[in-house]
Write a protein that binds this ligand. Sequence first.
Ligand code: ZN
Length: 478
Amino acid sequence: MAEKEENIGITVKKEDDMPEWYSQVCQKAELADTSSIKGFMVIRPNGYGIWENIQDYFNKVIRERKVRNAYFPLLIPESFFKKEAEHAEGFAPELAWVGGAAEEGEERLAIRPTSETIMYDSYSKWIRSYRDLPLRINQWCNVLRWEVKQTKVFLRTREFLWQEGHCVYETEEECDKEVYMFLDEYKRLAEEQLAVPVLTGKKTEKEKFAGAKYTTTIEAFMPDGKALQCGTSHNLGQGFAEGFGIRYIGKDEKEHIPWQNSWGFSTRLIGAIIMTHGDNKGMVMPPRIAKDKIVIVPILFDKTKKEVLKKADELEKKLSEYGVIVDDREGYSPGWKYNEWEMKGVPLRLEVGPKDIEKKHVVVVRRDNGKKEFVKEADLIKRIPKIIDEMHGDMFAKAKKHLDESIVEVKSWEEFEKVVKENKIAKAPFCGEGECEDWIKDKSGGITSRCVAEGKPKDKCVQCGKKAEEFVYFSKSY
Ligand SMILES: [Zn+2]
């Protein structure tokens, strides 16, 4: 047994060295791996399971919102990018071109960095009259952005997985309304499923999506004092429709240009989960989104082995809806198994041994706080969902406390600098101008605006002293 009991723990503390802690958790909890291809990641089953559950959840949500899933080509002709000037400019540095087509004398093709253009080319053929609207389509796919920055699995890789919803409406009002409807759904996904609290609001002009009228965002705030953009919902206005010739005949029998929105979140959400909830023992899966919510560890002795394994099987069947692993491997001590499942972040551990069978109870241990509870077997079915809700609630509350305590309203540049230096979020009166935001970024060593906050400022812009139009959250970011 001894040689198998090697140290599998994390060798640095989260609070001391978060980047190293993060990469060890991803590796050792088998969530993701780097690849031999520079800038790419391999999502392992433990990580992919979270993504599958996010997909299951979100597919139900958007179906209720009358969105249907479809799939569009991976490649985008060069000419498509030129149909929306700002969009083309925004994505130009990140495009990866495919060799084959150009060699055959055809138009150059790029791998999609996002799918507006290839989808709207189809939309222009499908939309004829107001009866075809609204059109609401979502696609789950991979996208590729040839970024040069340092790779970090889930957070920054050249290829990643996402969903992108693309809708078309008759009026601006409908379009606006649903931009915020999908943003609200993102907030609910983050907070009610992943236990990750978020700030929501509009992006500044400088930070909006290339080609959008405006962009809204959900921003999570990580324990190391950096914000993480977790999902965006854009009002695209009529620019793409103009560029791609999407027109509809209205009830007035005249031709009109429709309004469009698009909205997306990616596998980055998994990075948010890891950083928000993980601890020095490893991953902590939010219980509602975890694929395997329960691991049963039977306590095995030669004499009572058969009986205990039978009980473990019985429990597995009884709780199957939660996703149950029975760890009946021989040659590992229970303690070793506990460490391993704690590393992988399985929300609940059930321990069952001969004494527990005698007393007709099961030991339930929560991964987030180690709290141990003896639950009568007869009460298990009722108690498990309650423990899951309590655990979710506690994990959310802890993260929310950190977010709330990190927001500091500032009035002067001195206060601004002090707050962001302390890894907090400065809520600052801001003029809204791009040049001023550039200056803030330069002067502060990379601080960016996250989103517009609520309220109307009375003070002047924190940097330039001009009239402040709005409060804006500024912080370090991923
Ligand atoms: Zn200003």
